[in-house]
Design a protein around this ligand. Structure first.
Ligand code: ISJ
Length: 166
């Protein structure tokens, strides 16, 4: 069946929202002793993804790889903002959101949405045209969310393994 040019847009959109949320994650951790990397939380996410993948018709290893990229992209933003806020302390956030109650539940919902979209786009992501479609979807999301440099790079990183065989 033919697929719309924007078939990968919802997946890229959710990735963009996840990348954008990294601003709040960084604001929650900056100036505290909580490290950017939380391997326990990452493993919980990846274990959940591996457990849910087969029921959605997804290969668990491929789904885990996709989410590893999502997590790495989030940390790209966090590290970038840390560097920027350290060099420009007057730009550092003045409000510290609460990670477990305000932010991680939102990330959990986005993760659910991403899994649903991975399943919905399995056929499109297996096509030779996936790479081109993905680039176009990423560009659209960059524009919608007003991404620039850091977040643009992170969004691309987050979708590195979105196309089957990439
Ligand atoms: C987003 C966070 O920071 C990092 C990135 C994660 C993610 O992208 O899901 C998970 C754990 C941390 O390594 C977090 O701590 O919740």
């Amino acid at each position: 069946a033919p697929s719309a040019p924007s078939a990968l847009h919802p997946l890229a959109e959710l990735s963009g929202q996840r990348v954008q949320l990294a601003n709040k994650v960084a604001a929650a951790k900056f100036g505290t002793t909580q490290p950017i990397d939380d391997p326990v939380r990452e493993q919980q996410i990846l274990d959940g993804v591996a457990a849910k993948a087969p029921g959605l018709g997804l290969d668990p290893a491929a789904a885990v790889e996709f989410f590893r990229d999502q997590i790495e992209a989030n940390k790209v933003v966090q590290r970038g903002l840390y560097d920027y806020w350290t060099a420009n302390p007057e730009q550092a956030p003045t409000h510290r959101p609460d990670l477990p109650t305000e932010i991680r539940p939102v990330i959990d919902r986005i993760n659910e949405g991403l899994l649903t979209e991975l399943a919905a786009t399995s056929a499109v992501r297996a096509r030779p045209s996936c790479g081109v479609r993905l680039v176009l979807a990423i560009r659209a999301v960059d524009r919608e969310l007003n991404f620039y440099e850091l977040h643009r790079r992170a969004l691309r990183r987050s979708l590195d393994s979105a196309c089957e065989g990439h």
